[in-house]
Design a protein around this ligand. Structure first.
Ligand code: ADP
Ligand code: F6P
Length: 318
């Protein structure tokens, strides 16, 4: 019986569990033996494998996090680390490896593929920073977490007539800030992909208060600056009372949205179909509501770009 292993790597994201469930259940349906690797590439190096049956993935569809756990491994970046991982896979007779992770994890997957391991990727990161997919796993859930947090902030900011500067994750990508900002009707969005004029933002906020607004929300992507520094500079350029909030790891938790559950179920199922068809070395994603796949080389040759039209639209709507 051919064997397929699955692991989750890098920063966890809501929907990873649902992806594992789909991979395992579809794999079993297609007649494969399914194996879970604990703690990402760390577990691959340390030979930390578990056999997965259908029941082992019961009750995880709706849970955030990843029951296989995740890790970052410096050792895996070295030739010696990768050799250990490859030997462990070979010793166990594993023919295919599915990596659920972000950009860094994909680099690792590409490297294994180049060394003869049939490797596949599912885009597991809240950051939405992977090329050739409209969404990454957990992005939609995180948008909802941010939206809820902003709703809470509005209550207290209104009572005190303050400006809330909220910092969200995303590494170098401003998608979380921009899309959550639009969905939450914030007053300004500061993201790494575009320059911004803090004086103009301070003026715009001041005018809002002069017109009778009782609060304002400024969204800053972590790749563009910190909430603390932006809140301080707005204060320097206005008489507004500002408060910084760093949303932090709260953004990575919570039950995955229906979108993330469906998206991951579709990809998990499709990756098994691709394996069954004899494909190798591809990562999956969703483009225009279709599940698509591209080689790791194609992905790394492409650039993940922010939707400029959305950025313009945001400004047309404030
Ligand atoms: P993410 O996958 O969420 O982007 P990281 O960038 O931390 O998270 O990468 C996760 C893991 O992938 C790293 O700890 C490392 O083991 C592996 N990795 C990252 N970059 C490379 C690389 N260039 N070559 C091989 N492995 C890598
Ligand atoms: O890549 C996901 C992510 O949550 C980023 O948005 C953030 O910069 C980073 O991981 C945080 O990493 P850690 O969990 O190691 O603090």
């Amino acid at each position: 019986m051919e064997k397929i292993a699955v692991l989750t790597s890098g920063g966890d994201s809501q929907g990873m569990n649902s992806a594992i469930r789909a991979v395992v259940r579809a794999g079993l349906t297609y007649g494969y033996e399914m194996i879970g690797v604990k703690r990402g590439y760390k577990g691959l190096i340390e030979n930390d494998f578990i056999t997965l049956g259908s029941k082992d993935v019961s009750d995880i569809l709706y849970r955030g996090g990843t029951f296989l756990q995740s890790a970052r491994s410096e050792e895996f970046k070295t030739e010696a680390g990768q050799n250990k991982a490859i030997n462990n896979l070979k010793k166990r007779g594993i023919n295919h490896l599915i990596v659920i992770g972000g950009d860094g994890s994909y680099r690792g997957a590409q490297s294994l593929q180049k060394q003869g391991i049939n490797t596949f990727g599912l885009p597991g990161t809240i950051d939405n920073d992977i090329p050739l997919t409209d969404y990454t796993i957990g992005f939609d859930t995180t948008l909802n977490v941010i939206q809820d947090a902003i709703s809470n902030l509005r209550d207290t900011m209104s009572s005190h007539e303050r400006v809330s500067v909220i910092e969200v994750m995303g590494r170098k990508c401003g998608d979380l800030a921009l899309q959550a900002g639009i969905a939450s009707g914030v007053d300004a969005v500061i993201i790494p992909e575009f320059n911004y004029d803090i004086k103009a933002i301070a003026n715009q906020l001041s005018q809002g208060f002069e017109r009778g607004k009782t609060h304002s929300i400024v969204m800053v992507a972590e790749g563009a600056g910190t909430a603390k520094e932006i809140a301080e500079v707005i204060k320097e350029h206005s008489i507004l009372d500002t408060r910084p909030t760093v949303l932090g790891h709260i953004q990575r938790g919570g039950t995955p949205t229906a979108f993330d559950r469906l998206f991951t179920s579709r990809m998990g199922h499709q990756v098994i179909e691709l394996i069954h068809q004899g494909k190798t070395g591809v990562a999956l994603g969703m483009e225009k509501n279709k599940i698509t796949s591209h080689t790791f080389d194609e992905i790394f040759q492409s650039k993940n770009e922010i939707d400029e039209k959305l950025y313009k639209m945001f400004h047309d709507l404030i």
